[in-house]
Design a protein around this ligand. Structure first.
Ligand SMILES: Cc1cc2nc3c(=O)[nH]c(=O)nc-3n(C[C@H](O)[C@H](O)[C@H](O)COP(=O)(O)OP(=O)(O)OC[C@H]3O[C@@H](n4cnc5c(N)ncnc54)[C@H](O)[C@@H]3O)c2cc1C
Ligand code: SF4
Ligand code: SF4
Length: 1023
């Protein structure tokens, strides 16, 4: 049995007092000093891990003002605050050992869109893609781009002065900020925008923090103009943070603009609460030319020439990134543009053109391609290209490019690409030479790396693969950084070209030289006691120091406390690199419903991965090996362990602390939808390590009754289904429903189907499959045969779908048989009954494998149950796991045969709402369904959709009901508000949830096809 984990790092008394006072003074937001929240927000995407004292989630400006007012009080002068948005910084920007102020949870509303004047006002917790989705119907967009656009916030973008693809045309975030509302230390709210000298004079005459800031900054601009001009480089990616060079834009109107000091200030000067942003018109037309090279270096060198043709942007990726994309779900969407013929592609320039008319675009493309054609095949030039046209196609390729950093993290082994020198900027003409030397340095040190980036702006992302758990390798962070700093200097560039300074601020004093004290004065004017995100960009005085790249605690230092065998035993969880792709804002994306439904980062794949690492570390500190404990608990009799579990549960009920309770809370909120396993670039697979955790947790504590009920349901179903009324009738009674809810914690339990599958099979003449019957088939019969693998959900709760599938297959001249029902075991796995799952899987596999020996394909109907065979079964049984195809996988192999039936179906047009597990883990699913429908003369469109919120039994658990409803409302509900007759869903859960929350009965795709064929007068009886 695992021990209780009580030895955690306690919150300091000062911070507890601060939180209490905050509450007393009327803070509306939430505050959490829980160890779980602190652990989850102790990392970003950098190599660092700094445990905060607490996390607070302000609800409005008033909350931010309270925080700053209180921090100004003498008793709290030692309290430190660090604002945080999406937490995607790569250099520890939002990490602190004080209080994390997470602005993203509540302050994420778009306040006003002014289409005529092309601006928008937002709270700064709004995510960049969320903003652009709201602007799209108005034909407008917020132009600064970044790879993390689906999770990075406007506040984070402003504070790192973010930019990315397209920056040569659109500039940086700063270029699009019109006005800011900033809460300053002490609680003053300051509204900044470009002002003339008259207004500046009025401001400086006042007595306030803002007034002294204006006086100081104006003075620096006047007194140090020449020094500033000499120090700030004239690069597209000029410096971020305290941008003294742009206090006044003397080439334009020369007005004073404090926003240019605030942009890029990394939360060191104030909390930016709201922003008014400039918008641009979405170009009507777009195209992307994918230009291929034999060598990456050729691609880099040629980019300078290609820029002369005036594209909107040029990005480069190397063969490593391309190869990783090929192994990822993203490849399905872009493979047509990267044909894999004989000649290996070692580098690609992605060259974008945008225009307001097709003619204009055609002309630009013609000029560009003729330029490329004229040198094609010459040494150092490209050997070919493909063209993607239209925003939809172009965005798919940008989507692949945006995943590149994450994909790089999916390297095998312990040396993983990490961020610390990944965003150097040099003049574009120096880039190829700079990179050649950079590569040589990494090659000499023996480190692998992948490369991609914005060649047009002279920025290339490089992440050397280092095992930070190894102290010797960790030392390389300084060695390589210093080498790169020198190299950047040699090529007139910068170490911090794009992702801000963070912990790398250490190099600022040397870079700025005699100008650095001016930066310190700016910091001191805003934050005299160094309470705001200290140690970054500049300190207010000589007494307080900047952070140093090798003096801040790293994640590697924590991770190396976990023994190798424990680390390897939880490999599906521990490699999360914090890139934050699982915080995807888009409600129509399957990743991650429990985060979307709660907006609590504890309930995300990253959150769960962080918690499991800390849990393993705390266990390791007590010399506990979880694998050994799991083995022991499987061997122990259930009854013998009962008294111990009872005693521990009593202690839990008395409120005794155990960190495992906090981990459990996070795991319980997971839907086990497996979107993380498919979509996380690192393939973090929460359901797998969650099951291992639950097995151990419930080796120490009593399980809720519902777990036994849910885990055992598959085994009970064949018996219950014999007399469905005995199960269904009581469910209609209020007292029974009350007992189900209060006693078992289950709500809205579905009824057993009125249709009995075995009866329907008899009527259709469909036999059960057996080894003997399959063997006895002649070749012609076998060629058309298929064995339908049952699952408890469709066979017993949605038997019409199975019967209709069999009916359709018969009408389409297939020869369907049905495998005898055996429990699949997925509910057991989900709840961590791993021993029972192993036994169930072994029994079921033996039966299915014996059927598969005949060569007749095995096909499952419910996506989630079917995919258990290739996921959990595969992990357990390896090659011995039965091969069970999804319906669309099998049918799409028979499109020729299907096409022979085309004339027998009435034509029709349908829309598929994809199942989350299917779209995340079987990338070709939608395409395959479309092939099937098209072969039968039907039209099938796919509408992007997130998770429905049901996921097996998750939505039926009382504790999850409201989150389940929230998740449904976010993506599915709006799609079911009109005529739903043509909307189809493959998942049993999705159909069940639509019925429950939208009172809408959706059909399975095969039921729609069946109706089309039966409407034409074909039935099994007349067939
Ligand atoms: C895979 C990957 C790819 C990336 N690609 C790019 C890229 O293409 N271009 C690019 O520019 N960056 C890129 N980044 C870096 C990062 O995404 C950006 O810096 C982004 O702008 C950070 O936004 P965030 O909301 O995650 O901010 P956070 O990381 O939470 O915070 C960033 C900084 O802003 C401060 N801050 C946040 N909100 C506020 C607020 N409201 N008020 C005051 N201070 C605040 C924080 O204190 C911190 O110092 C990438 C990062 C990753 C992991
Ligand atoms: S779980 Fe995956 S997607 Fe989420 S932060 Fe970790 S690595 Fe990135
Ligand atoms: S299984 Fe689904 S709900 Fe659970 S962490 Fe993964 S994506 Fe989130």
């Amino acid at each position: 049995m695992i021990p209780a984990l009580r030895e955690i790092n306690e919150v300091q008394a000062l911070y507890l007092q601060f939180l209490e006072t905050l509450k007393r003074r009327g803070f509306h937001g939430d505050a959490s000093p829980s160890y779980a929240s602190r652990t989850v927000l102790s990392t970003d995407n950098s190599i660092y891990q700094v445990l905060p004292q607490a996390v607070v989630y302000p609800r409005d400006i008033h909350d931010l003002q309270l925080l700053m007012e209180l921090a100004e009080c003498e008793e709290f002068h030692k309290v430190v605050l660090s604002p945080r948005g999406g937490g995607t910084g790569t250099n520890g920007q939002s990490l602190t050992d004080g209080i994390v102020v997470d602005i993203s949870k509540h302050m994420n509303r778009i306040l006003e869109i002014n289409v005529e004047e092309a601006w928008v006002r937002v709270q700064t917790g709004v995510v960049k893609d969320q903003l652009n989705a709201a602007l799209k119907p108005h034909g407008l967009f917020f132009a600064p781009e970044l790879s993390t656009s689906n999770r990075a916030t406007i506040g984070g973008m402003i504070n790192t002065d973010a930019s990315g693809q397209g920056s040569c045309l659109y500039g940086k975030t700063r270029d699009h900020v019109l006005e800011l509302q900033t809460v300053l230390m002490g609680g003053e709210l300051w509204h900044s925008h470009a002002i003339d000298d008259e207004l500046l004079g009025e401001i400086t005459a006042q007595e306030s923090r803002a007034a002294s800031v204006h006086t100081l900054v104006d003075g620096i601009e006047r007194d140090k103009r020449d020094l500033i001009a000499a120090k700030f480089p004239k690069l597209n990616r000029c410096l971020t943070g305290y941008d003294l060079a742009h206090i006044r834009d003397r080439e334009k109107d020369g007005r004073f603009n404090l926003n240019n000091i605030l942009c890029g200030s990394e939360g060191t000067l104030g909390f930016i609460a709201e922003a008014k942003l400039n918008l641009l018109k979405i170009p009507k037309c777009a195209a992307l030319v994918n230009v291929n090279y034999d060598h990456f270096q050729d691609a880099l060198k040629d980019a300078t020439d290609l820029m002369k043709a005036g594209p909107t942007s040029i990005e480069t990726v190397d063969s490593k990134v391309l190869q990783l994309a090929m192994d990822d779900i993203v490849w399905e969407s872009v493979s047509e543009f990267f044909p894999q013929d004989e000649r290996p592609v070692k580098g690609v320039n992605l060259v974008e053109y945008t225009a307001d008319s097709e003619e204009e675009l055609d002309a630009a493309l013609a000029e560009f391609t003729s330029r490329v054609d004229s040198v094609i095949g010459q040494a150092g030039k490209s050997f070919g290209y493909t063209i993607a046209r239209g925003h939809a196609q172009v965005n798919k390729i940008w989507g692949m490019r945006k995943r590149a950093v994450g994909l790089l993290g999916n390297a095998k082994g312990e040396q993983r690409p990490i961020a610390f020198v990944e965003d150097c900027a040099v003049p574009p003409e120096n880039l190829a030479d700079f990179i050649a030397e950079f590569r040589a340095a990494l090659d000499d040190a023996g480190f692998a790396y992948g490369m991609f980036g914005h060649v047009d702006a002279g920025v290339l992302h490089v992440r050397p693969a280092i095992d930070m758990k190894d102290p010797e390798q960790a030392k390389q962070v300084r060695i390589i950084t210093e080498k790169v700093v020198d190299l950047a200097k040699k090529y007139n560039g910068l170490l911090w070209g794009e992702h801000g300074k963070g912990v790398r601020s250490e190099f600022a004093p040397e870079f700025f030289g005699e100008l650095y004290p001016e930066l310190q004065k700016v910091k001191a004017a805003f934050d005299p006691r160094n309470q705001l995100n200290p140690g970054k960009i500049a300190t207010p005085n000589a007494a307080s120091g900047l952070l140093k790249i090798d003096e801040v605690a790293t994640r590697g230092e924590n991770d190396r406390q976990i023994p190798v065998q424990v680390w390897e035993g939880y490999s599906e969880g521990v490699y999360c690199n914090g890139n934050g792709a699982c915080f995807n804002w888009n409600p129509d994306d399957a990743m991650c419903p429990s985060y979307k439904g709660t907006r609590n980062r504890i309930h995300s794949p990253k959150g769960r991965s962080s918690l499991i690492r800390e849990w393993l570390r705390l266990l390791s500190a007590q010399s506990i090996d979880p694998e050994t404990e799991a083995r022991k608990s499987r061997e122990k009799s259930f009854l013998l362990g009962l008294p111990g579990r009872f005693k521990n549960s009593l202690a839990k009920a008395r409120g005794e602390y155990d960190f495992s309770h906090e981990v459990n809370e996070s795991m319980q909120a997971c839907l086990a939808c497996k979107s993380c396993a498919g979509q996380c670039p690192i393939k973090v697979d929460v359901p797998t390590f969650r099951a291992k955790f639950l097995e151990l947790y419930y080796g120490r504590y009593l399980r809720p009754l519902k777990d036994y009920f849910v885990g055992g349901l598959e085994f009970m179903m064949p018996y219950l289904a014999r007399a469905p009324q005995i199960y269904n009738w009581p469910l209609k009674l209020k007292p029974i429903r009350w007992v189900m809810e209060r006693g078992l914690g289950l709500v809205d339990s579905p009824s057993i189907s009125a249709t009995r599958l075995d009866k329907a099979m008899r009527e259709l003449g469909v036999p059960y499959a057996s080894r003997a019957s399959l063997r006895a088939m002649g070749p012609a019969q076998r060629a058309k045969a298929v064995v339908i693998v049952q699952d408890a959900f469709t066979s017993y709760f949605d038997a019409d779908v199975v019967a209709d599938t069999l009916r359709l297959l018969k009408l389409l001249d297939f020869n369907p048989l049905v495998a005898p029902f055996r429990a699949n075991g997925k509910p057991l796995h989900v709840h961590g009954f791993l021993r029972q799952f192993a036994n169930t899987a072994a029994r079921n596999s033996a039966m299915l494998n014996s059927l598969a020996e005949s060569g007749v394909p095995l096909v499952g109907i419910d996506p989630s149950m079917t995919m258990t065979y290739r996921a959990e079964y595969q992990k357990l049984l390896g090659d011995k796991a039965p091969q069970v195809q999804l319906l669309q996988e099998w049918l799409s192999e028979h499109t020729e045969h299907l096409a022979t039936n085309k004339n027998r179906l009435q034509s029709g047009s349908f829309t598929l709402l994809p199942h989350c597990t299917e779209q995340s883990n079987a990338a070709g699913s939608s395409r395959q369904w479309q092939q099937v429908f098209s072969a039968l003369g039907m039209q099938l469109n796919t509408q992007a959709a997130g998770c429905c919120g049901m996921a097996g039994t998750y939505g039926h658990e009382m504790a999850n009901r409201e989150t389940s409803r929230t998740i449904f409302q976010q993506s599915w509900a709006p799609k079911l508000s009109g005529d739903t007759s043509a909307i189809l869903a493959t998942g049993y859960s999705c159909r069940c949830q639509s019925k429950r929350f939208a009172d809408t009965e959706l059909r399975h795709p095969l039921q729609a096809l069946l109706a089309q064929i039966e409407d034409s007068g074909f039935t099994v009886s007349n067939h």
